[in-house]
Structures are given as structure tokens and as C-alpha cells.
Design a protein around this ligand. Sequence first.
Ligand code: ADP
Ligand code: MG
Length: 239
Amino acid sequence: MSSGPVLSTRGLAAGYGGPPIIQDVSIEAGPGRVTAIVGPNGAGKSTLLKAIAGLIRPAAGRVLLNGRDVTGLAPEKLIREGIAYVPQVQNVFPTLTVQENLEMGGYTRASGLRDRIEFVYTMFPDLGAAMKRPARTLSGGQRNMLAMARGLMVDPAVLLLDEPSTGLSPRFIAAVWEHIGAVCRSGVAVVVVEQNTRQTLAQAAWAYVMVLGATRLAGPGPELLRDEEVVDLYVGRLT
Ligand SMILES: Nc1ncnc2c1ncn2[C@@H]1O[C@H](COP(=O)(O)OP(=O)(O)O)[C@@H](O)[C@H]1O
Ligand SMILES: [Mg+2]
């Protein structure tokens, strides 16, 4: 049994060919808990997830999975290693049915596809009810749940979620967080990037505030939420 973080980055830098967008980012995510990355628009949160998931190649630093260096591996390799990534947009195939989307999500599995789909339907009963519907006919909230469920098809150690609740009504936001909680309880290390800072910090066992491509603050989410400076600068006061 290893007791360290499932996922960690050490001094990670990445960008899109120009100057680095994120620099010297070191984060850790533990099993069975939510690790949040919050911060203003353009801070580099999505870029960080893309660098971890292998969609862009880190310019410096390392990505470690259970202590093993997986920096720079191709996205499909990282999926096989246990890192599932759910992008912010275009995260489902709209013309495919719910079931077909899940099958696509599990394409790297050597076996157990049926059982895994059943497991996912148990966790997301709404998706089971909609299994034959094309994804484009789902509500925004259901689509986000399908995207999350698709990520889970590979039975990942780490689930990276980019703004799973953005654009959703409060009812669906609550449902998304319930599902994130269920995923956590199944032992997965969940890394959530969100703009909805207050709600996200409230849910996060550990959170990083990212500003201008660097992590500026870190701590237990609820503790950051009690920090007046954090609230003033990054969360906003309740009116
Ligand atoms: N594909 C891209 N090519 C070039 N620059 C990009 C690309 N995606 C994002 N950026 C730039 O990287 C910076 C950080 O963006 P992003 O990581 O999306 O921030 P966040 O997710 O925190 O809002 C922004 O300045 C953005 O313009
Ligand atoms: Mg983003």
C-alpha cells in the first residue's frame, strides 16, 4: 500500500508554443478526495489539466502517477495508466447514443466493458434511463454527467474534470457535486477545475488558487473560504 498522492506535478511548465502559460506548478491529489484548482478566467487552469492529460507537452517539470514519472506520455497511454480527462467543452459525441458514448469511453479496456457500463449506470441512473438517446438530446446537466461517466469507463485512478458545473442551473450543479462525491467515495482522486469558486472550495479537501499561471495559495477548501483575502480577491462576498 502506498500512502502518497495518486497524482502529483513537480515544477510543471507548459504552454502552446509561445511563452509558458503555466509555470512551476506543483500540486498533489490524494485518493478518495476532491482536489480543486480555482482561479480567475485565463489563469491557466485548463492548460494545467491539458498538460497533465498529455494533450500538450510539458516544457519543464514532471507529472507523477503513484510516484511514477508519466511526463510527456501520449494521451491514450495516460488513459491506460489511469488518468481520465473530461474537457470543458465538446466532451461527448452528440450524434452517438448515451450507451455508444460510454462504449467509446471504454475502448481502451481489454475486458469488462458490459460490467463497467452497468456500474456507471448504477452511479448515474439518469443515464441508464436515457441509454438509447443521442447525446445531443440530453440537457446540459445530463451531458456533463455523461462526460463524467465516459471518463469513468476506464476505471481511472485520477479523474480530471474541467468546469463540470459551468453553465448549469443550481439543481444540476448540486447533482454534479453529488456524483463527484460518489466518484470520490469509490476511491478515485478527483481533480476539479472550477470558476464557481465558493461552491468548489466548500467541497474540496484540498484546493489551489491559481493566478497568472502559478499556484498562489493552497489549503483545505473550507479554510480558504474563511480567508478574507481569498474571498476578497478570488471568491467575492455574499451579498
Ligand atoms: N489553444 C491555445 N493556444 C494558445 N493560447 C491558449 C490556448 N488555450 C489557452 N490559451 C491561453 O492560455 C491562457 C490560459 O488559458 P486557460 O488555461 O484556458 O485558462 P483558464 O482555464 O484558467 O481560464 C490564456 O491566456 C489563453 O488565452
Ligand atoms: Mg478553463
